[in-house]
Design a protein around this ligand. Structure first.
Ligand code: HPA
Length: 273
């Protein structure tokens, strides 16, 4: 048995001492987007610090808890607080909770993040359904020996974001009368925001939004055969020829403002799963 598999089993064993819940839906909430957690009827909360091999959050805007409960009547497990590459965690650490979720019974992963808008037709506060991604993090959580019991050496990425979930979410947005964008998410390591030249480059290579998360979790979820659905909130406009300075406070303020739309979509998607 691989070291990784042993670590997963140990984490699952601890969680099983606290809850017998077998949610099929996993949720990862992004920066400033913890509000969906408030909508979960919580049954059990487990501090990351209590779970063997779980990394612990360092970013102030993130809480480090695994939440079990129901959302729109469905059993869910949600990560309140996620890990970023720029915090110094390895890709394996960042994605460890996704592996644990899989072994708890999760087959569908819903992810949210705060991102900068690259597409000039997008505006601050827009919600974007993630159609595809470009990994420019400069690393990959699958590098190293592959545990074939977890997933294949060369996972297929032709449908990283489930088309069924995308079309269902599109219908949800229509029904709720919430306008949404669709686009390609690119991840950079950060922690600095990008330069004008970098934004120009990212737009040129086909990205609509840029952030610093989500892709490692998606890659590992796909490796383990899960379905992924992702939503980005545009917290700032990254237009190289009209660029203004951005602060974390502004990013969080815009995320908070747009959050009800994202939360409503996520909740209804969960309901229809
Ligand atoms: N880059 C630029 N703007 C952003 C980002 C990013 O990674 N995340 C949120 N807004």
């Amino acid at each position: 048995m691989s070291e990784l598999r042993k670590h997963i089993d140990e984490a699952v064993a601890l969680i099983r001492t606290r809850t017998g819940s077998k949610p099929k839906i996993g949720i990862i909430l992004g920066t400033g987007l913890g509000g969906l957690a408030a909508e979960i009827a919580k049954e059990v909360e487990i501090d990351y610090a209590d779970i063997p091999h779980f990394p612990v959050s360092t970013v102030e805007s993130h809480h480090g808890k695994l939440l079990f409960g129901t959302l729109a009547g469905k059993n869910v497990v949600a990560m309140q607080g996620r890990f970023h590459f720029y915090e110094g965690y390895s890709m394996q650490q960042i994605t460890f909770p996704v592996r644990v979720m899989k072994f708890l019974g999760v087959d569908t992963l819903l992810i949210s993040n705060a991102a900068g808008a690259l597409n000039p037709l997008f505006r601050k506060g827009d919600v974007m359904l993630i159609v595809d991604h470009i990994n420019l993090l400069g690393d990959n959580p699958l590098i190293g020996p592959n545990d074939d019991t977890l997933g294949p050496r060369f996972p297929d990425m032709s449908e990283a974001y489930s088309r069924d979930l995308l079309s269902m979410a599109g219908q949800v947005a229509l029904d709720l009368r919430i306008g949404v964008q669709r686009g390609v998410y690119v991840a950079m390591s950060g922690p600095n925001l990008e330069t004008r030249a970098e934004y120009r480059f990212l737009r040129f290579i086909g990205a609509d939004a840029v952030g610093m998360s989500t892709i490692p979790e998606t890659i590992v979820a796909i490796h383990m055969g899960m379905r992924v659905f992702g939503v980005s909130i545009m917290t700032d406009e990254c237009f190289p020829d009209a660029l203004k300075p951005v602060t974390l406070e502004e990013v969080i303020a815009v995320a908070k403002k747009a959050e009800p739309n994202m939360t409503a979509i996520m909740k209804e998607v969960v309901k229809r799963l």
